[in-house]
Design a protein around this ligand. Structure first.
Ligand SMILES: [Ca+2]
Ligand SMILES: [Ca+2]
Ligand SMILES: [Ca+2]
Ligand SMILES: [Ca+2]
Length: 1122
């Protein structure tokens, strides 16, 4: 592994706020930013009066446990007066305590004692609805003056609800009131009518409720199900969701576009935040905080933080460890989910990590008890707020609650057969304090839910025994570490060290370093920590998980660490000791291809030397100096083999000969020879899946000539019924009937492209010989066309349409790729010289792509094309989208491999058309500054646009074989128009016959010659300059950090000790943006503009003060040096 650090996500926490001045009168504004919030479920925490139900006096008794654990704030699930239809979430008086928990005096006592012990108190705030027994509802239902509009009332026929909205608890979200002769809305149970926030009196009433509790000394609120607050004012029916599993009466049946996350809801959150700030301004003291609950998609959730002009919640709960991860998740999944929150969250905000709560199965149950320590350690070491549900600190498991014993309406109201799935009682059983009767929860005769049967062994008291490793002791140690400056202000880096081991480091200059290693798999793993640059050679074990065999204080080498199954380990180094920093290493010189720029030539459109209208090999030879001038490493030629041309040369009739349109074998040899002299590599397209039906192999096979019978995939069957339901990539069945052979043959592409049969060893050997043949001629490698289609399932089962499980990415396909790699490696042994490479084309999902790199025992391709800039990004993508896509490849790619970045090719609309012209320079800079290989399609270096090709002029079968009205959508001719060399006729492509496709109209303005004029800012000059940077040691070996500095400004830094640092700032939006470079840790004070994009007003050499905001024009991109 050469490149160390690309896979690293840098997240700078609070480095800006780290020097805040604390004045005694204003309290501590930042106490919450690194806090542990502890959720208490009051019914189950501690029962002081032995009636079987936990209570406020019980919580007060147990405050010392929270102090001992190191908790910052306790958050109480609802304790308000309630008939208890929904476990206290149906409130009948917002200003009073339910008698089962005690009374207001008990609450005041709790607050006073908590404050004395340095604990903050957070209350649940349930604003969406009240109980139907609330005084307001009773008055509203009776139309009492002033209360008429406190709830959401609608007229309508008593038999027909006002619209199709469905409640969270099944069935219509409307209930008819016989008293008022109107319907009222309830997004939850019908005993929970929704409050009407369009009524100003109600808004004020609820604000008064907040002030009431603030006056009683609470430190903030957790806001229940904020997403449901407002509903759209039109009350239109909601559309169906795409959830096929949801029944008609279930909430998931509809897409909640009118009842969830409405714009007015965000506004109300901003108003409440303003109220909290105002309250603090008037009353002093520490910051009062607000945290919100919603399970919406990330774009909806993150808006609760605020919108840039208004502050919202201090943090919306991050439930992704609950909703996106489970016991089957691997280290890459975990890393990606962490990165994603940090990427999409604006940098000025504070992250948070929730592992569990009263609505979710216990962590030990969801993830497996062997992972409890690792997850607690992770939640603590991640930057920001940690939220713990009571009992998780001792690794409590789900309790056993039978149908008869059940209390949760979500379980009890459903079918008994769904009990285990629906009920939330299992995670609500009483806290296990000790091994006495009822686990110390009370000394009475009963408990409202049964105590879990394992309480005799699994309880806090046992875990407090001195000298014994326990979940609790580990939790406690981690809370201490969380309070360190390293944890508060240090850099964070995460790496999937293997697919099973997550590594996380926190580092801060002159402070201790912490490294968490977390093996989530049930098998031993070996990891190399030198993938984290700058770690000391030896680290000391600080906190081992309870299954770890290591003792605190033992020293381990970071070179190679062996982790047992499920082992979690926190290792570190004290800041006071002398740290022996590992110098940045260039362990091994990069091989030529590992930071290459591969330039794709589309031969027919590149340069026509004999004026017949088609580009050719001699034309490429003429233009080799352009490639040298641009600085590219290798030219990859789209197919130039003999072909009837039914699919642009991808239908090959002789794998060992050259298409006469392009020239002769001698021309090709001349090209290879001249390229070598100029130091340029030549890569050929290799099209292994199929041949042309004109290939002699196919003709022999169709005639059943001995030896050739099984070169293709032949199947018996009646002539009017294809063997199965597979369709071709080019529409219609994937099978054609041969009248000659009276059998069907398979073609995943057109009928003229029969699939070769790789289950025939002779075919395998023939194609290997083809590779050797071209290697002998001197090519430097191969780009393998549509590798995913190589093998099909041997039994040809019907499959889901169109291209699916049985004929893409079959296990045998990977194996064939590994065989080809071995062929190249063996060839290398026998014919020394520069490495010959293979790269593969497939548009498959991430889990299917990565195995092309190889597995633990075999090397595969040097790199599979990374098409994600094509597939997942476009002109609407913001900086976070781009960062997240980069992170994803680097996370899921095993470290020993080399990443690559493809912006375009002959099958995709031009970059200018998929993005905008404004993006051209920034994307060139970005894909060159990223580690690994950059792939350029010819013409992109000058920012060519899609040409204009009419239906009549078209050539591409994908367009021509379709309907004329789909021409613009289907045809790939637009991105294949001739290269624009200069402003002479035919753009310098030739001086003769009309080119095979028309030259784009803009060629007189947009051509290479114009862009090469000295001192003119041009796409080409920028491409050329940034390509030169790619050859520096910094870009070869340096760390990579990416940050979404704002939602539209992407920041990227590459740095290497004793070398210049390069920073890219790229505004991907069409508005002016100010970026704060201080989010990069240790950024040089002064940087200089190295390369500005063509629209930038900044000149090269301009200095940039990194302490000042850098204002970027729309689409402005700058490479800075420092
Ligand atoms: Ca009680
Ligand atoms: Ca509502
Ligand atoms: Ca020609
Ligand atoms: Ca195939």
């Amino acid at each position: 592994m050469m490149f160390k650090g690309g896979i690293i996500l840098i997240f700078v926490l609070n480095s800006i706020q780290s020097t805040f001045c604390q004045s005694p009168n204003t309290g501590d504004p930042n106490w919450w930013k690194n806090a542990v919030f502890y959720q208490i479920y009051p019914r189950s925490f501690m029962d002081a009066n032995n009636d079987g139900i936990g209570d406020l006096a019980g919580i007060t008794q147990k405050l010392d446990h929270l102090v001992d654990a190191g908790i910052t704030a306790l958050w109480l699930s609802p304790i308000y007066k309630s008939p208890g239809v929904d476990a206290g979430y149906d409130i009948s008086d917002y200003r009073d305590i339910d008698p089962i928990f005690g009374n207001l005096d008990d609450f005041k006592k709790l607050v006073v004692e908590a404050k004395e012990k340095g604990l903050k108190v957070i209350l649940d705030f349930v604003p969406n609805h009240t109980s139907n027994e609330h005084d307001w509802f009773v008055k509203s239902e009776n139309n009492v003056t002033g209360y008429e509009n406190y709830y959401v009332w609608k007229n309508g026929d008593p038999d027909t609800p006002p619209n199709n909205w469905i409640s969270y608890f099944h069935g219509s979200a409307w209930k008819y009131s016989e008293k008022r002769k109107q319907w009222y809305l309830h997004q939850f149970a019908d005993a929970q009518p929704d409050l009407n926030y369009r009524e100003p009196k109600l808004v004020e009433e609820m604000k008064d409720v907040l002030r009431y509790w603030l006056d009683l000394g609470v430190d903030g609120f957790r806001v229940d199900i904020i997403s449901a607050l407002f509903e759209d004012i039109e009350f239109l029916d909601e559309p169906r969701s795409n959830n096929p599993n949801a029944k008609e009466t279930e909430h998931g049946y509809l897409n909640h576009i009118y009842t969830n996350d409405q714009p007015e809801t965000y506004d109300m959150v901003y108003q409440w935040r303003a109220l909290l700030e105002q309250y603090q301004a008037e009353h002093g003291g520490d910051t009062r905080v607000m945290m919100t609950e919603s399970y919406s998609d990330y774009d909806k959730v993150l808006k609760y933080y605020g919108n840039g002009t208004h502050n919202g919640a201090h943090f919306p709960f991050n439930f992704w460890f609950i909703t996106h991860l489970n016991k089957d998740s691997n280290a890459r999944d975990i890393k990606f989910i962490i990165d994603k929150w940090l990427t999409y969250m604006p940098l000025e905000n504070t992250a948070n990590w929730v592992m569990g709560n009263h609505d979710q199965f216990r962590v030990a149950t969801r993830y497996g008890s062997a992972r409890v320590d690792g997850l607690n350690m992770l939640a603590m070491l991640l930057p920001g707020v940690t939220v713990t549900y009571n009992g998780e600190e001792i690794g409590m498991e789900n309790g056993e609650v039978s149908w008869e014993e059940g209390k949760d309406p979500q379980g009890c109201n459903g079918a008994q057969s769904d009990w285990e799935k629906n009920s939330r009682d299992f995670q609500r059983t009483p806290y296990q304090w000790d091994d006495s009767v009822n686990a110390g929860f009370n000394v009475g005769t009963r408990t409202w839910l049964p105590v879990a049967s394992n309480y005799k062994t699994s309880n806090l008291k046992n875990q407090l025994v001195k000298g014994l490793k326990s979940h609790y002791r580990i939790y406690q140690e981690m809370v201490k570490i969380k309070k360190s400056n390293t944890s508060k202000y240090g850099d964070m880096r995460t790496l999937a060290l293997t697919s099973s081991v997550l590594g996380l480091t926190r580092q801060l200059r002159d402070n201790p370093t912490y490294v968490l290693l977390l093996n989530v798999a049930n098998k031993e793993e070996l990891v190399d920590l030198s993938y984290f640059r700058d770690l000391p050679l030896n680290l000391t074990v600080k906190v081992p998980g309870i299954t770890s065999s290591r003792s605190p204080g033992s020293v381990i080498s970071t070179k190679l660490v062996k982790l047992d199954a499920y082992e979690a380990l926190l290792i570190g180094k004290l800041g006071k000791e002398t740290i022996s920093w590992t110098p940045p290493t260039r362990a091994k010189e990069l091989d030529w291809w590992q930071n290459a720029v591969v330039y794709q030539i589309y031969p027919r459109s590149f340069k026509d030397s004999d004026n017949d209208g088609n580009g050719d090999i001699k034309g490429i030879i003429e233009k080799l100096d352009h490639l040298i001038d641009a600085g590219v490493t290798a030219a990859w030629l789209s197919p130039i083999y003999k072909s009837p041309g039914k699919d642009n040369g991808y239908d090959i009739s002789d794998f060992r000969d050259i298409n006469e349109t392009y020239g002769t074998m001698d021309d090709f040899k001349e090209l290879v020879s001249q390229a070598k002299q100029k130091g340029l590599k030549i890569i050929l397209d290799f099209v292994p899946n199929h041949s042309s039906d004109q290939h002699e192999w196919f003709q022999k096979s169709e005639n059943k000539e001995p030896g050739y019978e099984d070169y293709y995939i032949w199947i018996d069957g009646p002539s009017d019924t294809p063997p199965n339901n597979w369709t071709s990539y080019f529409h219609g069945p994937a099978w054609t009937y041969s009248k000659k052979r009276k059998q069907w043959y398979l073609h995943q592409f057109s009928t003229y492209q029969p699939d070769l049969n790789y289950r025939n060893e002779k075919v395998v050997q023939e194609m290997k010989d083809v590779l050797t043949y071209w290697l002998d001629i001197g090519v430097d490698g191969f780009r393998i066309d549509i590798i995913s289609a190589l093998f099909e399932h041997p039994e040809f089962p019907d499959g889901p349409l169109p291209h699916h499980v049985y004929r893409n990415d079959q296990p045998e396909t990977y194996d064939m790729v590994y065989q080809w790699r071995k062929l190249l490696d063996d060839y290398q042994e026998e014919h020394p010289g520069d490495t010959r490479i293979i790269m593969t084309e497939s548009y498959s999902e991430v889990d299917k792509i990565m195995p092309y790199y190889g597995n633990e025992t075999h090397n595969g391709v040097h790199f599979p094309f990374n098409f994600w800039f094509i597939q997942h990004l476009n002109k609407n993508s913001d900086a976070r989208d781009i960062k997240s896509i980069i992170d994803k490849w680097l996370t899921y790619m095993p470290h020993r491999f080399t990443p690559d970045w493809v912006l375009g090719n002959h099958d995709q609309p031009r970059v200018v058309n998929r993005y905008t012209r404004g993006h051209v320079d920034g994307l060139a800079m970005l894909t060159m500054l990223l580690p690994g290989v950059t792939i350029t399609y010819n013409g992109e270096e000058i920012g060519m646009e899609n040409g204009e090709v009419s239906w009549e002029e078209g050539d591409d079968p994908q367009g021509c074989n379709g309907n004329q009205e789909d021409w613009e959508k289907n045809s790939r001719d637009f991105q294949r128009t001739p290269f624009q060399w200069d402003s002479t006729r035919n753009a310098g492509f030739n001086k003769g016959k009309k080119p095979w496709l028309p030259v784009a109209k803009n060629y007189e303005d947009l051509n290479l010659k114009r862009q090469k004029v000295n001192n003119l800012k041009s796409h080409y000059r920028i491409y050329q300059k940034v390509l030169q940077l790619k050859k520096t040691d910094t870009l070869k070996y340096g760390d990579l950090e990416t940050l979404a500095l704002t939602s539209n400004v992407l920041g990227l830094r590459r740095r290497l000790e004793d070398n210049p640092t390069f920073v890219l700032l790229f505004n991907v939006g069409n508005k002016t943006e100010a970026a704060n470079l201080q989010y990069f840790d240790n950024i040089p004070e002064i940087l200089h503009v190295e390369i500005p994009s063509i629209d930038s007003k900044r000149e090269p050499g301009t200095s940039i003060d990194s302490k000042q905001p850098v204002v970027l024009n729309p689409y402005e991109a700058l490479v800075l040096i420092g």
